[in-house]
Write a protein that binds this ligand. Structure first.
Ligand SMILES: *Cc1c(COP(=O)(O)O)cnc(C)c1O
Length: 200
């Protein structure tokens, strides 16, 4: 366990936002972290995101897992930012439920080289990005990626940064780094790190 407030402060000095991944945390643990001043949280299940966004509206709820079409409404209505876009059908389904606002979105890219991992193949990114930009209430603000458990995390994060630099517009956000590899992600230019285990 690390001290969340200290880590949040240290990261902020480097212009990195700490996102607390609360997918396995119970409500009391979430409440305790809110008491330390934490406001950014991430969930991997749409219903849990909805429930917690309703319960703690003072916080910003980020979506980081796969979204089934029938759960798209929870993301469109309740997610502050959606980090896990990698198919256009789901994008359209979510977009339909965004009302009176723009939903910031990150495209998830498979940078680990493991075929079973979620996310877009890097070779498809430019084409996908062009299509995703046309889906109006969504606003593509960056890329999200995960390094493999084994292997060189820095290299994977460099790959995500190169993916971002290959796009025709300059996107500001790079969501990368988890409990086991966040220092490398910060080193490679992360603007958001998603930490679960070391916070809860
Ligand atoms: C679970 C999860 C995290 C947090 O992982 P920890 O190892 O607990 O820090 C970050 N990002 C995604 C996409 C996750 O699913």
């Amino acid at each position: 366990m690390v001290k969340a407030a200290q880590l949040r402060h240290d990261l902020a000095q480097q212009h990195v936002r700490l996102i607390a991944v609360s997918k396995y945390a119970d409500d009391d643990a979430v409440e305790a972290l809110i008491q330390t001043g934490q406001r950014d949280f991430a969930e991997s299940r749409p219903q849990q995101l909805r429930d917690r966004a309703v319960r703690w509206p003072q916080c910003q709820w980020h979506m980081i897992g796969p979204v089934q079409k029938n759960k798209a409404k929870y993301i469109g209505r309740h997610a502050h930012t959606w980090h896990s876009l990698y198919d256009l059908t789901t994008a359209l389904a979510v977009a339909r439920h965004v009302q009176g606002r723009v939903l910031p979105v990150l495209i998830q890219v498979n940078i680990s080289g493991e075929p079973q991992k979620q996310g877009l193949d890097p070779t498809q990114l430019v084409d996908f990005y062009t299509h995703a930009c046309a889906i109006k209430p969504l606003h593509i603000v960056g890329l999200m990626g995960m390094a493999a458990h084994e292997g060189d995390a820095s290299k994977a994060f460099q790959r995500l940064r190169q993916c971002r630099d290959s796009l025709p517009q300059t996107l500001s956000e790079l969501s990368m780094g988890m409990s086991g590899d966040w220092p490398q992600a910060v080193e490679e230019g992360a603007t958001m790190v998603r930490l679960g285990r070391i916070l809860f």
